[in-house]
Structure formats: C-alpha cells, structure tokens
Design a protein around this ligand. Sequence first.
Ligand SMILES: C[S@@+](CC[C@H](N)C(=O)[O-])C[C@H]1O[C@@H](n2cnc3c(N)ncnc32)[C@H](O)[C@@H]1O
Length: 229
Amino acid sequence: MDEFSPLQTEDGSLTLIHPRFNEAYSSRHGAWMQANALYLNLTQTHLHPSPRVLEIGFGLGVNFRATLASAVERRVWLEYLSYELFPVSRDVLEAIRVPLPGEAEAVWRGLLATWPDVPTVTPYLFQGDWGRLEIRFEDVTRGDFPNDWATAIYLDPFSPQVNPEPWSLQVLHKLYQAALPGAFLATYSVAGTVRRRLTQAGFAVQRVAGVGKRQWLRAVRSAPGVLPG
Ligand SMILES: C[S@@+](CC[C@H](N)C(=O)[O-])C[C@H]1O[C@@H](n2cnc3c(N)ncnc32)[C@H](O)[C@@H]1O
C-alpha cells in the first residue's frame, strides 16, 4: 500500500495514485460515481438481462463492484472478463471500500478471500450463483479476446499520454471483434486520437456529457443494418 498515495474523491470514495503512471485509478470527481455513471450506465449494462463485460484494467475492482451490485440486485447472471497487467495485492483491494449492498459485499468478501497472494497465475477465476469473473493478468496488447462476446466494453487504462499501449489501433480492433453487434464501449478519454482510432476500428463514436468532466465517450458496434443514433 505504501507505494500508492490515497486520494479522497468528491463522492467520498477513495482511489489511489499509481506511483509509476502518476495518475489516479478513478476520477477525482468520484470513483464510485464514475464506475456507475460512465461504465455501468452509459453502456446500459444496468439494464441488460445477461451482461457480459470486457474490461481493460481491473485496477481496484471498482467498476467490477458497481456492475456486480447491479447484477445481484436485478438477479441477472453476470460474466465479467478483465485484463490487468499490474495487479494489486489483497490489502490494497481491501482498503478501497465502496458502498456495496450486503449481498454484493458478501461476494466481494469471497473474492478477497480467494485473491492470490502473488497474483501472477493467470487467469484468476471466481464464480458463484451471481455469475463468473475471469481476470487475465496479462498485457492487453497480447490479449486474445473472445469474438462476438461482449455486451459492454469498459475501456479503462490510464490515460493515453502515460499508458498509450492499451489505446493502440491494434487493441481497439480486437475490442471491436470482441463486441457483440449493438454493444456499447465507454471510456473517460475523449482525446482526438482515441476517437479516430475507435472509428477506424469500426465503432460509431459519440461524445456525451460527463459528470465532473465536460465529456465522456461512448462507442457502439452497430448492429447490421442499424444506423447509430
Ligand atoms: C485507471 S486504472 C483501472 C481502474 C479500474 N477499472 C477500477 O475499476 O478500479 C487502469 C488499469 O489498467 C492497467 N493496465 C495498464 N496497462 C495495461 C496493459 N497493457 N494491459 C493490462 N492492464 C493494463 C493498470 O495496471 C491499471 O490497473
């Protein structure tokens, strides 16, 4: 934990500054807010009857927990596949508390109990009557994603300035292939290069109003014959 600097975000939830990237894991305007408003809701995962989420950057598991809480509350089966090249320890995960309802908190406690002491054996699998989580402790640039699989993509590496590899056209192409037609991708970065590469990869890209930040990005893999609105 010592290597990270804690940062209290505006909604009261805690995040950390990564020493190597010198950036926060989540928005300073609210880590829990961003997980819910940007990743869960903007991709419409909060409404999906059988969500399958592909995430780039498991980090502190905040997006996972927001998605888990929604799925558990709605009693829908969740499948969550995440990539994480620099996994944190159990102590770090445990230190980052978010306001989870009881049942989802119990699932999260189960994850903490089974989190590997040295998180290098990949993949880490965790499942229960709520669904299934798979974390591949790998470099996403080498990742081999399932095709036509994801109902939602959470594109959440550190920023393209300090962590450019996961934002490469090659990765975005693979994300496009991994998405089901009609699936939404959400990300906090509205950088021109990100928008252009997502478009080149095949997504229809839209800037939307952000919370605490002027804009966020939503992209869709269009269903055949459907023009994105
Ligand atoms: C902004 S944080 C993700 C926050 C996370 N989604 C959450 O809910 O807590 C970015 C994450 O991407 C990971 N990352 C950076 N480069 C990566 C790569 N090439 N492959 C896989 N993960 C990477 C970092 O280690 C970090 O945990």
